[in-house]
Design a protein around this ligand. Sequence first.
Ligand code: AP5
Length: 209
Amino acid sequence: MRMIFIGPPGAGKGTQAARLVARHGIAHISTGDMLRAAVRAGTDLGREAQRYMSAGELVPDEVIIGMVRERIQEPDCARGFLLDGFPRTLPQAEALDAALSEAGIALDHVLVLEVPDELIVQRITGRRMDPETGEIYHLEFKPPPPEIADRLVHRKDDTEEACRARLEAYHRQTAPIIPFYEARGLVRRVDGVGSLDEVAARIEAALGA
Ligand code: AP5
């Protein structure tokens, strides 16, 4: 299965992607995670990306496109992949299209997770990540066990100000790619409001349909 996961920041893409890739045995390709790894490693790419990420802006297309084009050719993608956070602009969608056609592979689904803006700020500001396991928690909605509280990370772009900029970038640059995939009958819209299990069940139903 090859799919794209689209949704506003903090919609629950990373949370649901972890479940989906485990269930379907496919690779999880998160451009946000790849960029954060580059920032931690202090590479040229990481230094360039950091400026945009902390302001809540998108990293330039040419940086991201090359990174994903290489990643989808790696062996763990042979059984399928879930692209989480890519494509995010029309040029990225067109570049992905070209790379997939070149490789002779097609997309099966484009999953759009819908969450209203007013819930997003609450989800983002309460998010904490465990750097040891990668598990995503929320102080209220998915409380972390107290014994790991000291090592939890609060992302630099999870402030209210950066979150509003990310939401604006989503509506202006990313949401317009949905019709690109709608025209091909690939879009499955899923309501992202509800418990983690309720949303997971809706996603599985949408993929089975
Ligand atoms: P990225 O890391 O992709 O961030 P994002 O799309 O903004 O998404 P998030 O990771 O913030 O949220 P999520 O939807 O995964 O939500 P989560 O599951 O954590 O990108 C970061 C930055 O990198 C971008 O701003 C940009 O600068 C750059 N970038 C990345 N890709 C790029 C690209 N292709 N082009 C250009 N630039 C790019 O959930 C959020 C919180 O809510 C958690 O605390 C979770 O526990 C909680 N939660 C989840 N589900 C529920 C639920 N059902 N009910 C209650 N709480 C819930």
